[in-house]
Design a protein around this ligand. Sequence first.
Ligand SMILES: Nc1ncnc2c1ncn2[C@@H]1O[C@H](COP(=O)(O)OP(=O)(O)OP(=O)(O)O)[C@@H](O)[C@H]1O
Ligand SMILES: [Mg+2]
Length: 440
Amino acid sequence: MDITPILNTLDKLDSYRRLGKVNRVVGLMIESKGPKTSIGDVCYIHTGDTNKQRIAAEVVGFRDEHVLLMPISSIQEISPGSLVETTGKPLQVKAGDALVGSVLDGIGRPLNGEDLPIGLTPRLTESSPPNPMQRPRITEKISCGVRAIDSFLSVGEGQRIGIFAGSGVGKSTLLGMLARQSSADINIIALIGERGREVREFIEHDLGEEGLKKSIVVAATSDQPALLRIKGALTATTLAEHFRDKGKSVMLMMDSVTRVAMAQREIGLAVGEPPATKGYTPSVFALLPKLLERSGTNELGSITAFYTVLVDGDDMNEPIADTTRGILDGHFVLDRALANKGHFPSINILKSVSRIMTNIVDTEHLGAAMRARELLAAYAESEDLISIGAYKHGTSKKVDEAIAYEPKLMNFLKQSTNNPVHYTESRDQLIKLLGKGEQY
Ligand SMILES: Nc1ncnc2c1ncn2[C@@H]1O[C@H](COP(=O)(O)OP(=O)(O)OP(=O)(O)O)[C@@H](O)[C@H]1O
Ligand SMILES: [Mg+2]
């Protein structure tokens, strides 16, 4: 037997264990004397005699000669003098086809406690976005299976969209519809900072068995350490990148990017960053573009991404909403007023934009969408008058037309959750609905 490869590996093995000792814990921050390590490296803090009793932590900074660590798992039983061992490497997760259909935690381990399947490829969770000059332009559309989106807000393969919404207006339901009904090859769904109960509810109710079959879910709930919640976002993005590099059309959904920002704020404040806008620290605004730019196209495949952003009331100028809107290629606004009326999906077409739609749809479709938008806008402008009966038929031709079309358009935009409609069908239905030019 040729043992050269084994000898070679042994040669490369680092037989030193680089150790340090915990000397202080303040809130979330663990300070240790040594080991020699660099920012972003994963360390293990040993709390017992066996290798099993250890807590994973990441180096997030240095203070004087001391190493500042943040736990990735919850901290228990750390005491002064606990040994800190560096792995000398940043966090890696394992990716591969065998993960499809499974639910993982923030660092890519199965949430049900089972072992990972074999044959997976390790990948660093930190990576740079594709080089902008090598990113192919978005030219193909993706069928989302949701009529309101495909007809008015068509999405391109590799486009990145923000879904802006308050609580309880139908984000999870919409993401579930997209996961089940879109034409993407695979979905990666990151549930970040949700309540524990919601994870199961989303998987069983919104996603369903059929959706899970072509998805990988990464869940980091609100009770978990801030760093683990951020890792959840990075892990999901890394998995999506793995499948993009295999040439797949990937759909990445992150619910919610606001909670990722909040987790980063928690860490920033703990390491002593100054709070800036609304208490968000500068590192939050550094993290967001780094994270959101990783999706999109590269020369091998595409990641079409939907990031939900929580907005209180209608405050679209809240710092996270404002920043993400600037980075992404479109925003969909879910409207509470529509949801209250039972109009689902509650997408407010007039407030929503897909910046790439004009490049990817045919002129007939674009013309129909523009005209329908004009009608909806004309109706919205006079809605107050119309609803109190103060509008007199014949005053404005445009408004008369809008009034005639409004119920048909609203009906067209409504869709129940288990009724997929392919892009071409939505397009044709919209064109047909608008019918013959000006007549009504
Ligand atoms: N397409 C739909 N058809 C019918 N009802 C819907 C639809 N979408 C949402 N709903 C209703 O709205 C409620 C809230 O939806 P959902 O849980 O998706 O909102 P959410 O924005 O994810 O809420 P949260 O902020 O709590 O996460 C659901 O319980 C459901 O009754
Ligand atoms: Mg939800």
